[in-house]
Design a protein around this ligand. Structure first.
Ligand code: FRU
Length: 326
């Protein structure tokens, strides 16, 4: 029997509490299951930068062979990432970035570009004129900063479009739902809610008791997840007007980790594709996303069966050995 050397990967996630991160986790675990030598450990910082720093330090102390980090905020997490990198641990940043160049590779979509895409789409949706309320993700996290910058750049070409107010939504639906009405009260003539993710857009949408006002407003988000509780469903049933696809990239992350660990060539930046999803293409996008979910379940079932077969085979082998030699 050939011995395969075990390798350990530590994944420091900023949060594990939402559907987007759960999707990423499922993809990562599926990919990891094709490489039995990989020992994957995931730590959840629950949106707290101090906790994440502590968890990354733990991974360094445990001597992981590779570190994956989705940094909660860009500034505070940078030094500990540099520390890991300088100790020779390869570091893959996913989805969010830090203010430092000392990391091995990044996987994620280009948030500045999607922000810009959103701005151009929305300017068109508003026919070149309108008042926008922006619902921000966590202000110190790179996707929020970059989505905002790209958006502002795009709408700056339209003098009749302006951001009239901002809500601190911190990426969380419940936070957005609670804070949105206080801001809307002061800006009742707004035309559109531009939220940095679908869940906050939904939070703002659900905060209205008055259906008429809600229906007059337009809502957009980012992510475009499949499943019953994802952005595609919200667009399909008209709660959101559009979403901008933000892929989770779990498969790409693990393939990259595998290449780095096996000293194969890899790219420093893997940029994932994105697109606009609205009433025109949501049906096909939803069909595709649901198909992938089904395939994922089928892979899981098949892997469970294979495991069971291996167990039966090993038991039978032991039995045969006992019968022949004992
Ligand atoms: C999930 C999430 C996504 C968003 C991303 C940005 O935790 O809030 O909705 O696109 O993180 O980092």
């Amino acid at each position: 029997k050939q011995e395969v050397k075990e390798v350990s990967i530590g994944f420091a996630q900023c949060t594990e509490g939402d559907a987007w991160r759960k999707t990423m986790r499922r993809e990562i675990e599926r990919e990891a299951s094709f490489h039995p030598e990989i020992m994957l450990s995931i730590k959840d910082a629950k949106n707290n930068s101090a906790t994440q720093i502590k968890q990354i330090k733990e991974f360094i102390r445990e001597g992981v062979d590779l570190l994956i980090v989705s940094p909660n905020e860009s500034e505070p997490i940078a030094p500990v990432i540099e520390e890991a990198f300088e100790k020779g641990i390869p570091v893959i940043l996913v989805d969010r970035k830090v203010n430092s160049k000392l990391y091995s590779a990044y996987v994620g979509a280009d948030n500045y570009q999607i922000g810009k895409l959103a701005g151009e789409y929305i300017a068109n949706l508003l026919n070149g004129s309108g008042k926008i309320i922006e619902v921000w993700g966590l202000e110190g996290s790179s996707p929020a900063i970059e989505r905002h910058r790209g958006f502002v750049e795009a709408i700056s070409k339209y003098p009749l479009i302006s951001i009239v107010a901002e809500v601190k939504g911190e990426w969380e639906k419940e936070v957005a739902k609670k804070r949105f009405p206080l801001i809307f009260e002061k800006n009742p003539d707004a035309d559109l809610v531009f939220a940095h993710n679908d869940m906050m857009a939904l939070g703002a949408y659900e905060s209205f008791a008055d259906k008429n006002v809600r229906d007059r407003l337009k809502f957009t988000g980012f992510d475009g997840l499949g499943g019953a509780n994802g952005g595609l469903q919200f667009v399909k049933d008209g709660r959101l007007d559009a979403t901008f696809l933000y892929p989770t990239g779990g498969e790409e992350i693990m393939q990259l980790a595998f290449n780095i660990l096996n000293h194969k060539a890899y790219k420093k930046e893997t940029l994932l594709g994105t697109t606009v999803i609205d009433g025109r293409n949501v049906h096909i996008m939803k069909q595709q996303a649901d198909k992938i979910l089904k395939q994922e379940e089928s892979i899981k079932r098949q892997q469970a069966k294979v495991k069971e077969q291996i167990k039966i085979y090993n038991n039978q082998r032991t039995l045969l050995y006992v019968l022949v030699f004992c």
